[in-house]
Design a protein around this ligand. Structure first.
Ligand SMILES: [Zn+2]
Length: 88
């Protein structure tokens, strides 16, 4: 697992469509807490067609945004669920 900033723990999480359960992104999340956005350069695997919609059921799950001067996808709450970020 890549470590980009030593002070921030990086967790690889899986992001799924809440509607049909399709895997959308494999993503390296910074820190703990709820997923609100995906920085584009931290998406390690993209199973979508790049249009921020689920490739299977066509549900829109994110919107293009710029956060801290970095291109990002802002997650629409309730449209996805994640796995792998709540390890205790
Ligand atoms: Zn879907």
């Amino acid at each position: 697992m890549a470590k980009i900033n030593e002070k921030v723990p990086i967790h690889t999480i899986l992001i799924y469509c809440s509607k049909c359960g399709t895997l959308l992104y494999k993503y390296q999340k910074e820190g703990l807490g709820m997923l609100v956005k995906c920085y584009v350069n931290r998406i390690v695997e993209d199973n979508t067609n790049g249009d921020l919609r689920c490739p299977k059921c066509n549900q829109e799950f994110a919107r293009v945004a710029t956060i801290h001067n970095r291109p990002a996808h802002k997650i629409i709450q309730g449209k996805v669920y994640t796995k792998g970020h709540c390890k205790k």
